[in-house]
Design a protein around this ligand. Structure first.
Ligand SMILES: *Cc1c(COP(=O)(O)O)cnc(C)c1O
Ligand code: SF4
Length: 341
């Protein structure tokens, strides 16, 4: 019986070649649902979405067979709920579009600048705050050159955050070329890589990638994105261990998501499992109100209860900072300073 269930479940690609695994990702929700034994579960999907479906097989393999409420499945499934419009929700919830100017740099906070290096991801998270981001208009060689020129000319920037999309979708040589440009700037002390690939495509974490991140005059920090302990399978834990062994500091940011991780057991377990994998919890973001994501919203009052419950049971260093991004603020705003909605 158990063997039959396993045989029908999504299987991770066995190639170990990350580019091939990326190409083999699910692009059709019905195919994933069928592999999970949910073809006839009556799940109402949005077939009209402009934010396409995409899930790696490595990630799908961690979903529970036959469970329409699986916490990983919920993160990627384009539910019909996405089509309902809500007044407080829009395409640019944190005011990024106007920030872009003529390059691909977002310069919101002191000392740090965020460089959008690609619009591509290995997985499409339905709650993504950049799901309507104008990648087409904001990327390209000329914009990247202007962004690097702006970083080079501004000695106040000591940390560059590589973001996207997912910066580790770039090929090694493109990434190495970008890192070399940053390495030539003496005021850059840290480069932070915001990525989901160690989680959704662990084969991307290769010795060559780690060598290019660590053999630099700046310090590299890896900020991964894990929302649920079920995402931490042995392949991901091994990829994270390699990153730590190479000398990278590893932090996690998660998003508080209704039906995924709005539960003290899940969040406490996530922190414990991250720590065992060598990763410290950094942020737990309140959902940014981007169109199509309201079914993931957790009220601020509930978020406060969860935060208090976490504080009461975990060491301080395993309690993530619960924050919301507010357009115009000088930093991410702690939950304690936010009004209850
Ligand atoms: C979140 C963010 C950062 C990084 O903020 P930290 O609090 O340092 O993690 C930097 N730039 C932009 C535009 C951001 O959205
Ligand atoms: S990996 Fe990150 S950028 Fe890409 S869809 Fe998910 S949340 Fe958005």
């Amino acid at each position: 019986m158990a063997a039959r269930i396993i045989a029908r479940s999504p299987q991770p690609a066995v190639s170990g070649n990350w580019q091939a695994e990326l190409r083999a990702a699910y692009r059709e929700p019905r195919e994933l649902l069928a592999d999970l034994g949910l073809a006839h579960a009556g799940i109402a999907l949005d077939a009209t979405t402009t934010f396409p479906f995409r899930v790696t097989r490595a990630y799908a393999a961690r979903m529970r067979h036959g469970d329409p409420h699986d916490a990983l499945l919920r993160q990627v499934l384009p539910l019909a709920d996405e089509t309902t419009a809500y007044p407080a929700y829009g395409d640019d919830p944190v005011g990024e579009f106007a920030q872009l100017g003529t390059d691909s740099l977002l310069r919101k906070y002191a000392g740090r600048a965020l460089l959008v290096v690609t619009g591509a991801c290995a997985i499409h998270c339905r709650y993504c705050f950049r799901r309507a981001f104008p990648y087409q208009a904001s990327l390209g060689r000329a914009r990247l050159e202007r962004a690097i020129a702006r970083i080079a000319a501004d000695p106040d920037i000591c940390e560059v955050i590589l973001s996207g999309g997912d910066p580790l979708v770039l090929e090694d040589d493109a990434l190495a070329a970008l890192l070399a440009r940053l390495a030539a700037l003496p005021h850059i002390r840290r480069v932070r890589v915001h990525t989901r690939l160690p989680v959704v495509l662990p084969s991307r974490i290769t010795p060559a990638l780690l060598a290019s991140l660590t053999g630099q005059p700046f310090t590299s920090v890896l900020v991964v994105h894990v929302n649920h302990p079920q995402e931490l399978d042995p392949a991901t834990v091994a990829a994270l261990a390699q990153a730590r062994a190479a000398g990278l500091t590893a932090l996690n940011q998660a998003v508080l998501l209704a039906g995924v991780n709005d539960d003290v057991e899940v969040l406490a377990n996530l922190s414990e499992r991250l720590f065992e994998a060598g990763v410290l919890p950094y942020y737990l973001h309140l959902l940014d109100r981007v169109t199509g994501t309201r079914h993931f919203a957790v009220p601020a009052a509930r978020a406060r209860e969860l935060e208090h419950a976490l504080r009461a049971r975990l060491p301080g260093y395993l309690v993530p900072r619960v924050v919301r991004e507010i357009d115009g603020a000088t930093a991410k705003v702690p939950l304690a300073e936010l009004p209850l909605d």
